[in-house]
Write a protein that binds this ligand. Structure first.
Ligand code: SF4
Length: 258
């Protein structure tokens, strides 16, 4: 169902949304809006995975959004680099200055490829994350950045093993007989998976943690395997060897019918 449009009406509206942070959990949110201003934020209790949860930083999102010290204009450096001297500037002034500098570089002997946009995701969303900046820098002919800063190794691994970068099906985890939490501090950085882990365990599943560090997740598992840093690949290859040597592999999964 489409969200109602926030208006300046004093009747409170509830707007459904999802957390915009660069966090794969994308918690479902309910935001109350009165007189065009958000007055309350809470997790959506009806969401099947995030179940009303918002982490500490997003629970206090409104305080940050409306904080009196929040920057509301661009700041322009007015002293030497590193001196920390800045003065407020209007958006027109900031955009005019930046455009003049980019144009000077673009038309110089070095050409537009001497501009490298260096960024990753930050706040997600169709506009902020990966759309308008790509179009802009493409139009001016800037260099392209291979954005491997953050999650590329994980995404490539998922594509090679599962076929798409989708992550594990959280609700399917509760049907597992054995759960390997490998290099993940699930309780801290993927808390929505944990209830499904506990559901599986209640049905008899074993939960193992493979991590050099005894994290709070490792403490909660049936077994903690404290491998030495950098030995994951050796352990994975050893496990693969045993799986194939003993005929334990799932052939239907490995060779799906086309
Ligand atoms: S855990 Fe926090 S940052 Fe992550 S999606 Fe939920 S509210 Fe956002």
């Amino acid at each position: 169902m489409a969200n109602p449009l926030p208006t300046l009406d004093s009747t409170p509206l509830t707007v459904r949304g999802a957390c915009p942070h660069d966090c794969p959990d994308t918690c479902a949110m309910l935001v109350t809006v009165e007189n065009g201003r958000a007055t309350r934020i809470q997790g959506d209790p009806d969401h099947p995975v995030t179940s009303g949860f918002l982490c500490a930083k997003v629970n206090r999102y409104l305080e940050r959004t409306y904080h009196k010290d929040r920057l509301t204009t661009p700041l322009k450096r007015v002293g030497p680099k590193g001196s920390g001297q800045f003065a407020p500037a209007s958006w027109d002034e900031a955009l005019t200055d930046i455009a003049a500098k980019l144009n000077a570089i673009r038309t110089s002997a070095h050409g537009p490829q001497s501009i490298l946009p260096y960024s990753y995701a930050g706040t997600m969303g169709y506009v902020q994350s990966q759309s308008m900046d790509r179009r802009f820098f493409h139009v001016i002919g800037a260099s392209k950045l291979d954005r491997t800063i953050c999650a590329t190794a994980g995404a490539t691994g998922m594509q090679m093993t599962v076929g798409a970068n989708l992550g594990a099906d959280s609700e399917g985890v509760s049907e597992s007989d054995l759960i390997l939490l490998w290099g993940t501090n699930t309780l801290t950085s993927n808390p929505h998976l944990w209830p499904f882990v506990l559901q599986a365990r209640a049905k008899g599943a074993r939960v193992l943690c493979i991590d050099p560090i005894r994290t709070r997740t490792a403490d909660q598992c049936d077994e903690w395997i404290a491998i030495r840093p950098g030995t994951d690949a050796a352990l994975a290859l050893g496990m693969m060897h045993v799986l194939f040597a003993d005929g334990l592999q799932d052939d239907d999964y490995i060779h799906p019918r086309r």
